[in-house]
Design a protein around this ligand. Structure first.
Ligand code: FES
Length: 85
C-alpha cells in the first residue's frame, strides 16, 4: 500500500505477519515502488528490477544501496508512521 504523509511517499508492506514501512522511493532512480512484487522474500522494483531483501530493505542487486525504513508502531489496531522531521 502506498500513502502520502507529511510530504513523504510511504510504502507499507505486510510480509507474512510482519509490517514493514519504507520511503516509497527506489534508491536507483527515486521512482515509486507501488507496483513492486514480492518474491522469494525480496521486493522487486517494477522499473529496472533491482531487488531488496525483506525485512531489511538491503539491495541484493547492487551492494551499498537499500530502502529507507520509516519508524512506525502498531497500537490499538492502527499503524502509526513517523514520517515528519
Ligand atoms: S528505479 Fe528501481 S530499479 Fe530503477
Amino acid at each position: 500500500m502506498a500513502v502520502r504523509h507529511r510530504g513523504k511517499n510511504i510504502l507499507i508492506l505486510k510480509q507474512e505477519s510482519r509490517w514493514l514501512v519504507f520511503v516509497n522511493e527506489c534508491p536507483h532512480r527515486g521512482l515509486q515502488l507501488d507496483e513492486s512484487i514480492i518474491t522469494n522474500g525480496q521486493l522487486v522494483c517494477p522499473h529496472h528490477n533491482w531487488q531488496f531483501k525483506l525485512p531489511s530493505g538491503t539491495c541484493s542487486t547492487y551492494s551499498g544501496y537499500g530502502l529507507q525504513p520509516v519508524p512506525f508502531r502498531i497500537q490499538d489496531g492502527y499503524l502509526w508512521v513517523r514520517a515528519g522531521d
